[in-house]
Design a protein around this ligand. Structure first.
Ligand code: CAA
Ligand code: FAD
Length: 380
């Protein structure tokens, strides 16, 4: 169809490279899901191919690509394995982007090359047991001790929680300043007083590891703070505005993966003497899926283009995430329906897509939170 975003040769080449790599992810994907096995080898390969630091400048070991290319790659990888793509999304759009955008030269030199190569993985820790959507209600504290901060508290639901080496941790320093008293600190895995909880047993994206983080009097050097004193909450919001484009493309990939498998199956499976694709009820499901997926892709590319062109992408990114996550859920449910009983068992993948799709409506801001972000913008 018409290339309305006039994707460049380079962007198309990135998409094709991601599509080719993604074929490797089919091997073992069911086992990784079933046994909650972290895709260690696959993430290493993603690092080698430049997918772990896609938008980071080559100066710091990144691929130097734009957000549009990132969306295209995220879609392709998510079409096969959304566990791999969430690991990729957090590392790229939250950790690497946040560090490159707001970190000091020293912080960038120290962490970015290894984060981009896949040698180490990053995590982003905002959520707490009692501060999820209500993210300003931080209970984790970073007490200013002069040359260091003393970090205490618990973070919840942290993606890459057990496998990361570097964590961007949000914490309250000056409660009287509310959200303007929050900081973001770079915490390393081996800092004394920092432990991680057990892996959560999840409905979906089971290959990715999610756990809580516990900090007891962790001494974090002052030079590990990103940005000025009190910049932590703004940091989180800015980073999440871009992160939501990544999760929107993950949702898009789950939806288009659901459609691809459904198209193939509908042409193979026969019922009442014809391929089920000849039944109009199935055709209409496929038509709805294809239409919604194209609309979701346009929203993702719009948000990515807004970011690349230094426009305002908080609203377009939230719209992309809100819409694409709904399309992911709807498409995956229909894919299971089209597969009938076969859709209900693991070998056909679509039941996994259905389980994986759900999280895209919850993390990086629930659908309700996206509506808050969008409505605030349009009512301004
Ligand atoms: N950019 C810069 N600053 C922003 C901003 C943005 N996009 N959005 C808000 N801010 C600033 C505000 O201007 C305000 O600062 P000032 O007081 O200096 O003006 C400050 O942040 C507080 O903002 P609000 O008053 O709007 O705060 P609120 O309490 O009403 O909450 C919210 C706003 C949008 C609901 C926010 O709390 C939110 O985004 N919640 C969802 C949290 C979330 O997305 N968590 C995801 C965790 S990471 C994750 O999930 C990763 C993964 O799974 C893979
Ligand atoms: P709550 O905030 O308690 O929300 C419960 C319900 O109430 C939701 O439906 C919500 O939409 C609704 N609600 C809340 N407030 C409002 C309102 N004002 N108006 C209307 N409805 C409202 N966090 C990180 O920091 N880093 C990570 O890497 C990370 N990874 C995650 C991975 C997984 C697998 C999961 C499950 C979560 C992850 N999260 C992460 C946390 C995630 O971002 C939060 O779960 C999410 O923001 C919702 O917070 P909550 O779970 O506390 O739900």
């Amino acid at each position: 169809s018409t290339n309305i975003y006039q994707l460049t040769e380079e962007q198309l080449a990135v998409r094709d490279a991601a599509r080719e790599f993604a074929q490797e992810l089919w091997a073992g994907v069911i086992e990784r899901d079933e046994h909650q096995k972290f895709p260690t080898e696959q993430v290493k390969k993603m690092g080698e191919l430049g997918f772990m630091g896609m938008m980071v400048s080559p100066e710091y070991g990144g691929s130097g690509l734009d957000t549009v290319s990132y969306v295209l790659a995220m879609e392709e990888i998510s079409k096969v394995d959304a566990s791999c793509s969430v690991i990729m999304s957090v590392n790229n759009s939250l950790v690497c982007w946040g560090l490159e955008q707001y970190g000091t030269e020293e912080q960038k030199q120290k962490y970015l090359p290894r984060l981009c190569s896949g040698e180490i993985i990053g995590a982003f820790a905002l959520s707490e047991p009692e501060a999820g959507s209500d993210a300003t209600s931080q209970r984790t504290t970073a007490e200013d001790m002069g040359d260091h901060y003393l970090l205490n508290g618990t973070k919840n639901w942290i993606t890459n929680g057990t496998t990361a080496s570097v964590y961007l941790v949000i914490a309250q320093t000056n409660p009287e300043l509310k959200s303007r008293g929050i900081n973001v600190l770079i915490v390393e895995k081996d800092m004394p007083g920092f432990i991680t909880g057990p892996k959560e047993n999840k409905l979906g994206i089971r290959g990715s590891d999610t756990c809580s983080l516990m900090f007891t009097d962790v001494k974090v050097p002052k030079e590990n703070r990103i940005g000025a004193d009190g910049f932590g909450f703004k940091f989180a919001m800015q980073v999440l505005a871009g992160g939501r484009i990544g999760i929107a493309s993950q949702a898009l990939g789950i939806a288009s993966g659901s459609l691809e498998l459904s198209l193939k199956y509908a042409k193979e499976r026969k019922a009442f003497g014809v391929e089920i694709a000849k039944h109009q009820a199935i055709q209409f499901k496929l038509a709805d899926m294809a239409t919604n997926i194209d609309a979701a892709r346009l929203l993702c590319l719009q948000a990515a283009a807004d970011k690349d062109n230094h426009g305002d992408y908080a609203k377009s990114g939230a719209m992309a995430k809100l819409f694409a996550s709904k399309v992911a859920m709807d498409s995956a449910v229909e894919a299971v329906q089209i597969h009938g009983g076969y859709g209900f068992v693991k070998e056909y993948h679509v039941e996994r897509f259905m389980r994986d799709a759900k999280i895209t409506q919850i993390y990086e801001g629930t659908s309700e939170i996206q509506k808050i972000v969008i409505s605030r913008e349009i009512l301004k």
